[in-house]
Design a binder for this molecule. Structure first.
Ligand SMILES: Nc1ncnc2c1ncn2[C@@H]1O[C@H](COP(=O)(O)OP(=O)(O)OP(=O)(O)O)[C@@H](O)[C@H]1O
Length: 819
């Protein structure tokens, strides 16, 4: 009550103030309590309040950030706990400075729960004949699942606030349209009635209306883009949590198979799903709110308003016309969803091919293979082109129909029905009838416009349906592979298979389901490495019946013993490592190995990140973690010297050298383990990407740098896949001697028999059912390896002799028989 009195007195004193000071207002008889004036004042005051709140929040955040930066935060603690929530603070480079950004962590249980939702959807729909109509459709179900579990996971969520704000703005915009339409009619009426003062007043009101109208329109645009960005953030974080997980979804995804074509996802194009598709989905979903929300609201409001002017029969007639023509259009609409999906797929192939060309430019140049590459890329582009032509044709035919009906037929209905009151009144000269006609005509045209925008948005809905399919497929596949019971392409039965024992003494559990394919047991914390009756099988939907590389492998080495695995190409040497590192499943038998943090794997292909020289040695740690663990640059330099790469420091200056100099950013001093240190934060993915470590270093240098990485990490157990095949024999000897001296337990895969002398055991793979595992006799080590090497060289020489003989025969044939 008292609030109302205060409001009224403020309004009165404001009116008095303006009234007393403005002769123009008096002259034009402008009512300060009228809607245009009040809305104008409201928009001015609310935008001022908005700006004020925005600046206050900005100021508070600034001080919070300052206090956070001043606080001697020990970043060695990865997680911080506050009021029950877990969050991480990360350093983000910003304008030559470093910002500490707080990232809230998602509870991992959420993903396990969501998995059930996706499983249920698959079970319910895979064999059902749900239509692709909008009402009872998989599309709406999929959209609901994404919405409910990723975009707005709880009711009280910032995104809900934005949505409510958007809804209010949409209602306000429709209401503004009604007010403007009425004012339009009034202005025309005053003009026809030659009332100059009233006409001028109408124009002033028009200008006043422009303020709130512009405010509302830009508010809707702002909220739409903000919401799109929030949706994108949520989706990206959700996908990354599943995809970049210690369960190695990013690797295992290649083995996933869905029985239904609808949910098949090509592993080679996962980048397109994760980047472009997520962006397209977020943008088209949010723009659909305004594209569908605004015309729907307009249709409802205008229809109610028009019913008072032209009667229920008139409005029913016009809505019936809209409905029939709309139905006709829908029937003749091409399947834009399928067109869009195919186009996205073809674009992905074209993009990937170009990427492949960039990544392998050197190899292609050596082979002079550009002609075949060109013809292939042309073929791919032609496919894309012919699909685009089909799309253009389909759009043209539909566009003809659409333009005729929506742009011309519907406004004609509007004219026809809005003229009813005048035609029936027979008093067309009456300015009130003219005002009514103007208002009705404008409302009809607005309604036609709203209806046509709704019809146009059928295309938007179709493309949203296409992109929703792709996003849902991505999430489904990620969940399937992220599942603890992932069966490498076998049907999903939801039961566990691969048992994991956390300690040597753990007791075995027996799986209860009979159709479990992956029946092996992995035992960690074992002091050595032991394979017991383990078949090496390429994972596939055939499970245990898939391609068998080795029937049953048995061997055992203890800690401090070393093993060399020998065998011809493709026999399955690297596959044994894939099993040890759990990339491939243990279908049968028992695998005993040390704890994961005690093993280091070095793959055949050297891998380098976009970072400094230091980053290459310490990978997968970053500079901050390196300092936390107490390592110094001095140690890194020693390792470089030990592998014979000390000269790189002279060449590049120091360990901070980065192929793309702009990418190395030095942070402020940070407090780590109680000490103030400078951190070089270079693995943030910046840089122009013109140069990389791969192009800067030779094949042998790359392998040596990887060996420096091995020395740095000092893991007890090291598995090396052809680590020195590009290194000269003398350095190879030096590296293995050093590994022995430093007491690494290493398993080496190689084709070089000469390496036997550095190993205690040798595993020779000959065939699927034929392998030999034996201890290398100390006395024989040197001789055996030398014998093997001599035999190998002899075989090579024999082959060369044969090739020379064949060449001579060919030359003889060409030159003809000698006289
Ligand atoms: N992801 C995969 N999908 C299907 N087959 C695979 C996959 N990875 C490897 N293979 C197959 O498994 C077989 C063994 O591969 P592996 O890499 O273990 O050979 P390797 O003995 O290490 O050979 P090399 O000495 O040439 O490196 C090969 O025939 C290969 O084609």
């Amino acid at each position: 009550m008292s609030l109302d009195i205060t409001k009224a007195s403020v309004k009165q004193s404001l009116s008095r103030l303006l009234w007393n000071n403005s002769r123009a207002l008096k002259f034009l008889n402008i009512n300060l309590n009228s809607k245009p004036v009040l809305l104008f004042l409201l928009s001015i005051s609310s935008s001022s309040i908005f700006v004020l709140i925005y600046n206050v929040v900005k100021l508070i955040n600034y001080f919070k950030l300052k206090s956070l930066q001043r606080s001697r935060l020990d970043l060695s603690k990865r997680n911080f706990y506050k009021k029950g929530s877990v969050y991480r603070i990360i350093n983000v480079p910003y304008k030559n400075n470093n910002l500490k950004v707080k990232i809230d962590r998602t509870n991992p249980d959420k993903y396990e729960h969501d998995k059930l939702v996706f499983k249920k959807f698959l079970r319910d729909t895979e064999f059902s004949d749900m239509t692709d109509s909008v009402v009872e459709s998989k599309f709406l179900k999929k959209l609901y699942i994404i919405w409910r579990h990723v975009l707005i996971p709880k009711v009280l969520h910032p995104n809900s606030t934005i949505l409510v704000g958007q809804l209010l703005f949409l209602v306000a915009r429709t209401w503004m349209s009604l007010l403007v339409t009425r004012l339009d009619g009034q202005i025309v009426k005053d003009l026809i009635g030659l009332r100059g003062k009233a006409f001028l007043r109408g124009i002033i009101y028009w200008f006043l209306f422009a303020f709130p109208a512009s405010y509302i329109n830009s508010g809707i645009k702002f909220l739409t883009t903000r919401l799109a960005l929030n949706f994108r953030t949520n989706l990206v974080r959700y996908c990354h949590d599943l995809y970049m997980d210690p369960r190695m979804v990013y690797y295992k995804l290649q083995f996933n198979q869905n029985h239904s074509d609808v949910y098949k996802m090509d592993f080679n194009y996962v980048d397109q799903y994760l980047t472009e598709d997520i962006k397209k989905f977020s943008d088209s979903l949010t723009s659909l709110f305004s594209n569908v929300g605004k015309p729907t609201m307009d249709l409802i409001f205008f229809a109610i308003y028009l019913r008072d002017n032209i009667g229920s029969a008139g409005i029913s007639g016009i809505l019936m016309c809209y409905f029939l023509t709309g139905w006709f259009l829908k029937r003749h609409s091409p399947n834009f969803s399928r067109i869009w999906k195919t186009k996205t797929h073809l674009e992905g192939i074209y993009y990937n091919y170009n990427l492949n060309l960039i990544n392998n430019c050197e190899e292609i140049s050596f082979y002079k293979g550009i002609e075949i590459e060109k013809s292939k890329v042309h073929k791919i582009f032609n496919n894309l082109l012919s699909h685009s032509n089909l799309e253009i044709k389909a759009k043209f035919n539909y566009g003809l129909l659409e333009e005729y009906i929506l742009r011309y037929a519907w406004p004609a209905f509007g004219y026809f029905f809005s003229s009813f009151p005048i035609l029936l009144n027979y008093n067309s000269a009456d300015s009130d009838s003219i005002k009514g006609f103007i208002v009705n005509k404008r409302l009809m045209l607005n309604m036609a416009d709203a209806g046509s925008r709704l019809m146009y948005s059928i295309k938007d809905i179709s493309s949203l349906s296409g992109v929703t399919d792709r996003i849902f497929t991505l999430l489904l596949n990620l969940h399937q592979v992220h599942d603890h019971n992932f069966q490498y392409g076998m049907a999903y039965n939801g039961f566990g298979s691969q048992l994991k024992l956390t300690s040597f003494t753990s007791r075995l559990r027996v799986p209860s389901s009979s159709h479990i394919e992956i029946n092996g047991t992995i035992q960690t914390s074992y002091p050595g490495l032991r394979f017991e009756h383990i078949p090496v099988i390429v994972p596939s939907a055939e499970g245990i019946n898939g391609t068998k590389l080795l029937s049953s492998l048995n061997f055992k080495i203890n800690l401090d013993e070393t093993l060399l695995i020998l065998g011809k190409n493709g026999i399955g040497k690297t596959s044994i490592i894939r099993i040890i590192s759990e990339l491939w499943p243990v279908y049968r038998g028992l695998l005993s190995k040390p704890a994961p943090n005690e093993i280091m794997y070095v793959s055949q292909k050297s891998y380098f990140i976009n970072g400094s020289l230091r980053d290459q040695i310490i990978y997968p740690l970053n500079h901050l973690q390196m300092i936390e663990k107490g390592y110094t640059d001095h140690q890194l330099i020693t390792y470089l010297n030990e592998v014979g790469l000390g000269y790189l420091l002279e060449r590049f200056g120091n360990l901070d050298y980065h192929p793309n100099e702009t990418a190395t950013i030095m942070t402020d001093d940070l407090i780590v383990n109680g000490k103030s240190v400078k951190i070089y934060n270079s693995n943030v993915g910046l840089g122009d990407g013109k140069k990389s470590w791969h192009t800067l270093l030779s094949g042998g240098e790359r392998q040596k740098l990887i060996m420096a990485r091995v020395l740095f990490h000092q893991k007890k157990f090291v598995i090396l896949d052809e680590p020195t095949n590009a290194i000269s024999y003398d350095y190879e000897d030096a590296i293995f001697e050093m590994m022995k001296a430093k007491k690494f337990t290493f398993i080496t895969i190689s084709h070089r028999e000469t390496l036997i002398k550095y190993h205690d055991y040798v595993l020779r793979l000959n065939d699927v059912d034929n392998y030999e595992f034996e201890r290398v006799d100390d006395g024989l080590k040197t001789f055996e390896s030398m014998d093997k090497e001599i035999a190998f060289l002899k075989a090579e020489l024999e082959q060369m002799d044969k090739a020379i003989e064949r060449k001579q025969e060919l030359l003889n044939l060409l030159n003809g028989p000698e006289d």
